[in-house]
Design a protein around this ligand. Structure first.
Ligand code: DAH
Length: 341
């Protein structure tokens, strides 16, 4: 009987099924009611009493090993089946719908503008939103009594008049020139803050993009051509520009740039208020006082700067009539930009 037990134990240990069905056959053949182990148990009843202890232990051991082996083989087979089935895609299953995210229109337009100027060799420059008087006003040639410093426009932080939220991205011009000698060619996107009542056409937070190009012999004609290229890239090949004389403390001469209205093709509509032109930015030749304030030799170098509102450009590009929509994060508004690049 001992031999039989050992022989069966060996078969249990060495059993390697080739198919899943063999595991169940094996279980029935060994552990089933008419199985070999059951037969041995039967035989055990007639074993001499002095051998019962030893044989009993052996039989129990055999039974335990057989049960364990069957359980282990079954688990292995199940796992393999799971892996196999997950590799076979069910082509008839309906697809699950993916929620498509979208970029905010302000990000879209900012990226487009940055990309256009990147092609002209501009790199992106950054600066802090919390600024001081020097970078926002004084270095930019604002006289001390200039109305733009007034509490009406500027948010001051606390009681210190030298800690404020930048009202324009022109402060990044100053920081760039202080850091770097010409040639300088930077594009500076950023958030700006003004103490304005919120309405469909004004907000206390908005986005600007500043451009600055300083080198030897940079002329007004260079500026005009760069801005024309930009306008065509953003508003379409047909677009033309015009420049109107203007005033900014930090540029001389200064101009305001209009693009031909792309909605009516220049004939006049309610968006361009019948003029055929839409204002998009301010620009000018950097005032020598600004260059000197930032440590740049104004006899050797000249350059131009421009600044535009991103909300305004996006408004004209996408026909958005109310500025507040940009800040409310209403998904019905934002979803419309899903397919925009
Ligand atoms: N900083 C001006 C503003 O906030 C915009 C501007 C105008 C920027 C002319 C410039 C510029 O660089 O040359 O209204």
């Amino acid at each position: 009987m001992k031999d039989k037990i050992n022989e069966l134990l060996e078969r249990v240990e060495n059993f390697r099924p080739k198919a899943v069905a063999e595991i169940e056959d094996f279980r029935v053949r060994i552990l089933g009611r008419k199985g070999e182990l059951t037969a041995l148990m039967e035989e055990f009843k007639s074993v001499a009493p002095e051998l019962k202890r030893e044989f009993g232990q052996k039989l129990n051991e055999l039974k335990r090993r057989a049960q364990e082996r069957v359980a282990a083989l079954r688990a292995e087979a199940e796992q393999a089946a799971g892996e196999a089935s997950s590799q076979i895609a069910d082509m008839s299953r309906p697809g699950s719908e993916e929620e498509l995210g979208s970029r905010h229109p302000i990000s879209l337009v900012r990226n487009q503008i940055v990309e256009v100027f990147a092609r002209l060799g501009y790199t992106v420059a950054d600066g802090p939103e919390i600024e001081d008087d020097w970078h926002v006003f004084s270095a930019l040639n604002f006289p001390p009594e200039h109305p733009a410093r007034d509490m009406q426009d500027t948010f001051f932080i606390g009681k210190n008049p030298d800690v404020l939220l930048r009202t324009h991205t022109s402060s990044i011009q100053v920081r760039t020139m202080e850091r770097q000698q010409p040639p300088i060619r930077v594009i500076c996107p950023g958030r700006v803050f003004r103490n304005e009542a919120i309405s469909y056409r004004a907000h206390c937070i908005f986005h600007q993009i500043e451009g600055l190009y300083i080198d030897e012999g940079v002329s007004f004609a260079d500026m005009k051509q760069s801005i024309l290229y930009f306008a065509k890239e953003i508003f379409g090949e047909e677009t033309t520009i015009r420049m109107r004389p203007s005033y900014f403390p930090f540029t001389e001469p200064s101009a305001e740039v209009d693009v031909s209205c792309n909605l009516c093709g220049g004939k006049g509509c309610n968006v361009c208020k019948g003029t055929g032109w839409l204002e998009i930015m301010g620009c000018g030749m950097v005032d020598p006082n600004v260059l000197e304030a930032c440590g740049i030799d104004s006899k050797r170098y000249s350059g131009f700067a421009f600044g535009m509102g991103v909300e305004r450009i996006a408004m004209l590009k996408y026909g958005v009539r109310d500025l507040r929509l940009y800040f409310e994060n209403d998904v019905r508004f934002l979803r419309q930009f899903e397919s925009a690049l």
